[in-house]
Write a protein that binds this ligand. Structure first.
Ligand code: FMN
Length: 192
């Protein structure tokens, strides 16, 4: 990260007046593209003030203070033996650490992420043994820490060649759940 750039996502959301961050863990850009699409759609359809964020650019020890009226989205590709992308390594190690501790001193038993509402979509390839293990493991870890997932955890499959269909089928019920929970009205389509 460049000097002077804040690694505090809560500050960043506040300063830029955003209420939704779409984090991506991506090696060759596919997950990043889906993250951008989710961010755009959240804005155009539901009026969310979204931003896209590289997981590598932020710290997560303040995730226990994530406001309950905001939304975090995780779009995560899996590599190697079910491993994170390079830009997601630190995030993955943090949320899976045995002695996880947050900035306010909360430990795992305190359900520190009780305020966190999140959405999760994974990108994988079913010909690998550890299919979509990033999204599966991150979802497990966030839930264990008290977070609430909205909608299902999506899994896109490069191996079957159905990534796009998997994404499209996942996102509609996800948006329904998000809109219901956050009390968002879907906007009428506007053609200009
Ligand atoms: N997908 C899995 O589900 N499990 C894996 O273990 C896995 N390993 C991969 C290893 C390599 C070298 C490559 C190229 C892909 C692998 N994949 C695996 C599939 C990728 O997660 C998938 O292609 C994804 O769309 C890549 O996203 P990205 O472009 O954002 O990096």
């Amino acid at each position: 990260a460049k000097a002077g750039k804040s690694r505090n996502i809560l500050e960043k959301l506040d300063e830029s007046d955003k209420n939704c961050v779409v984090f991506y863990g991506s090696q060759t850009g596919t997950a990043e593209d889906y993250a951008s699409r989710i961010a755009k759609e959240g804005h155009s359809r539901f009026g969310l003030n979204t931003m896209v964020a590289d997981l590598e650019d932020y710290d997560f020890d303040n995730l226990d203070q994530f406001p309950d009226d905001k939304l975090a989205v995780f779009v995560l590709a899996t590599y190697g033996e079910g491993e994170p992308t390079d830009n997601a390594v630190e995030f993955y190690e943090f949320i899976n650490s045995d002695d996880i501790s947050f900035s306010e001193g909360a430990s795992a038993e305190d359900k520190p992420l009780a305020n966190l509402k999140y959405v999760a979509f994974g990108l994988g390839n079913n010909t690998y043994e550890h299919y979509n293990s990033m999204v599966r493991n991150v979802d497990k870890a966030l839930t264990k820490l008290g977070g609430t997932r909205l909608g299902a955890a999506g899994e896109g499959d490069d191996g079957a060649g159905t990534m796009e269909e998997d994404f499209l089928a996942w996102k509609e019920p996800m948006w329904t759940a998000v809109a219901e929970t956050l009390g968002l009205e879907e906007r009428e389509a506007v053609y200009e």
